[in-house]
Write a new protein. Structure first.
Length: 581
């Protein structure tokens, strides 16, 4: 058993990094797409959290109780400040977010006195508050708050009836179930995505709940709560109940995790199986591989850590262990997905590749917003290239400096996904949770640890320089040049209550026909896709097209002040116009 300060320090760093990560989301969602200063702050907070997580994964000399209490005195007031900020957000559910914030603040403050003897009670209280928050959230929002959970739930219906979800037409079910189309994923070609673009376990986990007609929202929440319990058990068995309570409290410094889980985010499924794989790695490479394969069978995102896990096994346990892990992963994945692959290989492969290859609308808080808000147009290939370069670079650095980076790999996807053209917060939020079991259970390579700080900073500099060089050198090659189409006028028509009821957009030049539209406004982001507009009427002229547009249903009243940038798009066009001052 390690000295308490040596255990508490990395956990408190995880808490600090998690708070910064969530702060990046809050800054983005509060100030909107069009405030470039706040966008830059959001990006800086993501990168700061990444380097804090990187440092948390490295061993450090015992710095004593004062160091631990110093971290605690930063985290607890920060929690209270976040609580106040959350309550002020213009959201119908902002009051319930305070339940999570207060619970984390209280836990951080109580556990800071880590010589106490009643940490089990602290953990029980924390979990009770998480469940209370989740119940409040579910009771207000209902079971379908993301298109993914709805599509998964409907796919489980089809699977029960022997119908292949990868070849079925799910679009009609969206209308039947009265899902607000504004909450779905728009396509650049028009309409909304309504296929099954995740591996089969994403909907097969729904079957037991579907059979008993349980609320679909229980599924992601259940996996999340069980994952928290696993983290607690890992830390408790290694260092005592105080460590388990501290680990869970620091994970929940990202207050958005509970909101995601109770809002229907199905990422909790793959997170659970990857977390289980990390825990099993200490005991059985075979069992760890099986669980990892199941995580990939739920979603493609865990593939990002595959190179690092294989390098770790080769360096620590040899090629045989790496081969066992890889083979067991493939077999467990195929055990779930082979029936659907065999039934229609082309349909399965095209659907699961769609998140990166499909014509999905661009959204998110990452640097890609430079392009989809009209500042400087870049192709999707630019951001895909950056992700590939980073993944390869980090894999090389991991192998070269393995002794110091051995336990750091769970946070590498934060840096890789940062450049995704659709950077949603759930792509980042769960990786700190996945770092904790690795810190506690995985074997550190032997050898001296001199110069740790300098070497980590050197690695960071190499990575930053490599990405900057790749980004700058390829920037012009991926620039999307003006095709000649342009928006020449935008007129907002007001209906009852003073809200915008119609928008008339005049477009001239080649490529002016067949466009679809959305708009962005300043301030709080109520709809990450932007405000979506549908054609009420399109008239072609000798010089272009005139579009009479109305808002898609389910977006509430639209004030004229919320329409500042209009984006006309298709699979081959993206044009912009600014409205007002």
């Amino acid at each position: 058993m390690m000295q308490r300060s040596a255990v508490a320090r990395p956990l408190l760093m995880v808490g600090l990094g998690s708070a910064l990560l969530y702060a990046s989301y809050l800054v983005w969602v509060s100030f909107g797409y069009l405030n470039m200063a706040s966008d830059a702050v959001s990006w800086a907070l993501v990168l700061m959290s990444f380097f804090i997580f990187l440092r948390a994964s490295r061993p450090a000399p015992d710095t004593g109780q004062d160091s631990v209490l110093r971290y605690s005195t930063v985290i607890a007031p920060a929690s209270v400040a976040f609580t106040v900020f959350l309550v002020t957000l213009p959201s119908a559910y902002s009051g319930t977010y305070a339940v999570t914030a207060v619970s984390v603040a209280a836990s951080a403050a109580v556990i800071a006195a880590w010589t106490a003897k009643k940490q089990q009670a602290g953990f029980a209280s924390l979990m009770a508050l998480v469940v209370l928050f989740s119940w409040l959230h579910l009771s207000q929002t209902g079971q379908f708050q993301t298109d993914e959970i709805f599509l998964d739930y409907y796919a489980s219906h089809l699977a029960l009836r022997g119908i292949d979800p990868y070849t079925a037409n799910i679009a009609q079910s969206l209308v039947v179930q009265h899902v607000p189309l504004a909450d779905l994923t728009p396509l650049l070609s028009g309409g909304f995505f309504s296929g099954m673009d995740y591996p089969a376990l994403s909907f097969l986990v729904m079957l037991p709940f579907d059979i008993v007609h349980a609320d679909a929202g229980v599924v992601p929440l259940t996996f999340f709560l069980v994952s928290l319990v696993l983290v607690y058990m890992v830390a408790w068995k290694r260092e005592g109940a105080w460590a388990g309570a501290l680990a869970v409290a620091m994970i929940l410094m990202d207050f958005g995790l509970v909101s995601l889980a109770s809002n229907g985010d199905m990422d909790t499924v793959w997170v659970f199986f990857l977390l289980l794989s990390e825990i099993l790695m200490a005991r059985s490479t075979l069992a760890s591989g099986v669980s990892y394969g199941l995580s990939v069978a739920a979603k493609q995102i865990p593939l990002l850590v595959a190179p690092f896990m294989l390098v770790y096994l080769v360096r620590q346990r040899g090629w045989r262990s790496a081969a066992i892990f890889a083979l067991s992963s493939v077999l467990s994945f195929m055990a779930i997905d082979l029936p659907y692959i065999a039934a229609s290989p082309a349909s399965f492969l095209s659907e699961v590749a769609r998140p990166e290859t499909g014509a999905l609308i661009w959204i998110g808080q990452g640097p890609s917003l430079i392009s989809f808000t009209g500042i400087y147009l870049l192709s999707k290939g630019y951001f895909t290239m950056l992700m590939a370069v980073l993944e390869a670079l980090l894999a090389i650095l991991y192998a070269v400096d393995f002794r110091r980076l051995a336990l750091s790999f769970p946070v590498f996807p934060i840096l890789v996904m940062f450049f995704n053209y659709r950077l949603l917060f759930n792509y980042l939020a769960f990786w700190p949770m996945l770092l904790v079991p690795v810190i506690f259970l995985w074997e550190r390579p032997g050898g001296a640890s001199k110069g740790t700080r300098q070497r980590v900073l050197r690695v960071a500099r190499y990575a930053a320089v490599a990405v900057a060089v790749a980004a700058v050198c390829t920037f012009p090659a991926f620039h999307v040049h003006d095709s000649g189409a342009r928006i020449v006028s935008v007129e907002l028509l007001h209906g009852p209550g003073g809200n915008v009821s119609e928008m008339v957009v005049t477009v001239e030049g080649p490529g002016s026909q067949g466009l679809h539209f959305r708009s962005f406004g300043p301030g709080f982001i109520s709809y990450p896709n932007g405000i979506l507009w549908r054609d009420a009427y399109e008239r072609n002229t000798t010089s272009g097209s005139v579009y009479v547009l109305e808002p898609w249903p389910g977006q509430g009243g639209i004030a004229a002040s919320s329409v500042r940038v209009v984006n006309g798009y298709s699979t081959s066009e993206s044009i912009f116009a600014r409205v007002g001052n």
